[in-house]
Design a protein around this ligand. Structure first.
Ligand SMILES: [Zn+2]
Length: 233
């Protein structure tokens, strides 16, 4: 019997079109390519245990449910908490430009998908402050929209209109457009955060990529790939 491709998070075989991309969004749990890839990585890296403490920014419903079940210490946070009222009122407020004022505790795992393009302050400073919240041996995994063949452009000027932000950075509330030419340097900054691309095929095979309906772009600097920052030793 032939095994059909499925969502690694909820096992649904129903993965549909999103933003014009085929096989993009799980119809059952809503997971996009990057979320499905991240969950595969979490499993293959052996990170998820009952005692793993997890901090999750901008939690996706499917991932939220699985991590809530798998890990006893799971903290979901977002800047816009109202959007979660329908399915999870316990998402807490975070301002990533004020990590020390809004995040308490330390964690074994910090995850976020397509969050850093929104923060209206230094990206490398945010990464450094989150890295400082990792327990020894801990790791932060995240994705960001990344355009090939260009350098990163950014404008934090609060007077920029939604239209200008959409034209320059791809969405009305984006502060920057990460470019593959220098994204690693931007993430590392003067803080020297040690950010790196996760080599997809160190953890999954091309066949497994196909079975989760993930695009080949997960293995290069792209909006589908995952970056990693490890705790300071
Ligand atoms: Zn799913």
């Amino acid at each position: 019997m032939q095994i059909k491709p499925s969502c690694p998070i909820c096992n649904s075989h129903d993965i549909g079109v999103f933003n014009g991309r085929e096989n993009a969004r799980c119809v059952n749990c809503g997971a996009l390519e990057r979320t499905r890839f991240m969950f595969l990585l979490l499993n293959r890296m052996g990170i998820l245990h009952p005692d793993t403490s997890v901090l999750h920014f901008a939690p996706e419903p499917g991932m939220f449910r699985r991590l809530s079940q798998l890990c006893s210490s799971y903290t979901p946070m977002d800047y816009n908490v109202d959007q979660y009222d329908k399915w999870s009122p316990e998402v807490r407020f975070v301002d990533l430009c004020d990590v020390d004022g809004t995040v308490t505790g330390t964690y074994d795992l910090i995850i976020h998908n397509h969050v850093l393009e929104h923060v209206p302050c230094s990206v490398s400073s945010v990464v450094a402050k989150l890295k400082a919240r990792l327990n020894p041996g801990g790791v932060m995994l995240f994705s960001i929209p990344t355009r090939a063949g260009v350098a990163t452009s950014e404008d934090l000027d609060p007077s920029l209109t939604h239209e200008e932000r959409h034209a320059r950075f791809g969405q009305w509330d984006h502060m920057r457009l990460f470019g593959a030419d220098d994204v690693i340097e931007i993430l590392n900054g003067s803080e020297d955060n040690g950010a790196e691309l996760v080599p997809a095929y160190d953890y999954i095979s091309p066949k497994e990529r196909e079975m989760a309906l993930l695009p080949p772009a997960i293995e290069r600097l792209s909006g589908h790939s995952i970056y990693k920052v490890a705790a300071a030793s």
